[in-house]
Design a protein. Structure first.
Length: 98
């Protein structure tokens, strides 16, 4: 039992030292920014499944909108790539099954 406490203490010391030196903070901040909207989506889905449809839908919608705002840096370029590919397929005159 004492070895387990030593391992936990060492992990806490390393994480604390990384936070003090500022090496861990950017990663932690990015993850915390994504975890909160994902948690809201999960809680909203859980609320809908438990029969609280109105509050579950509201929490789910807020979580989805927050996550979309956090991931807008990747959604914009992906949408641009999709539009370019769709435009090229229209120019070629191929029949596509979208």
């Amino acid at each position: 039992m004492k070895n387990r406490n030593n391992g936990t203490a060492i992990v806490l010391i390393v994480v604390g030292a990384l936070m003090l030196f500022g090496l861990f903070t950017p990663l932690l901040g990015t993850l915390a920014g994504l975890i909160f909207p994902i948690l809201m989506i999960v809680l909203g889905f859980y609320g809908i499944r438990r029969g609280r449809v109105l509050i579950g839908t509201v929490v789910l919608a807020i979580g989805v909108l927050s996550l979309l705002a956090k991931l807008s840096w990747i959604i914009g370029p992906l949408l641009g790539i999709a539009l370019v590919i769709f435009g090229i397929s229209l120019l070629k005159g191929k029949k596509s099954y979208y």
